[in-house]
Design a protein around this ligand. Structure first.
Ligand SMILES: [Zn+2]
Length: 141
């Protein structure tokens, strides 16, 4: 698929193409996200890029009112909390991300449940004076 190095920079660069990419050990089949240089399970170095389908289920979550400046800069506050959660991807690995939804979905805690089916939604984060950044998010599937 690609001979790009397994770096965090390349992992984030794939977000710009709308892809969540990890890597897979060709020896034991273990899938990593973000990609690793060495297999977590067998310590093998024979790895190949792996594209995730983008579906998963919410495993845990927090609604955060007083959070990181990164989120405060996006307009979140104690009156407008954001949801940050852990998603189990269909392919197995877990990954954390911003959970979003239509309208004010995030402001209604009843919308969130463990096991909620979600899919990737890449988020464009605008910061004044900076290039827009693409971040990993999920929305209800
Ligand atoms: Zn392995």
């Amino acid at each position: 698929m690609t001979d790009k190095e397994f770096t965090i920079k390349n992992y984030f660069d794939f977000f710009n193409e709308g892809k969540l990419m990890g890597n897979k050990c060709t020896k034991c089949g273990t899938i990593h996200v973000p990609p690793k240089k060495l297999c977590n399970k067998c310590y093998g170095t024979e790895l190949e890029w792996f594209e995730f389908g983008g579906k998963g289920t919410l495993q845990s979550y927090s609604l955060i009112g007083v959070g990181a400046r990164y989120f405060a800069n996006q307009g979140y506050s104690i009156k407008k909390p954001y949801c940050f959660g852990v998603v189990k991807l269909e392919e197995g690995p877990h990954i954390s991300g911003h959970i979003v939804g239509p309208d004010d979905f995030e402001q209604h805690p009843d919308n969130f449940k463990v096991g909620l089916p979600v899919k990737i939604k890449f988020l464009t984060i605008e910061t004044e004076g900076k290039e827009p950044k693409i971040d990993l998010g999920f929305e209800p599937a």
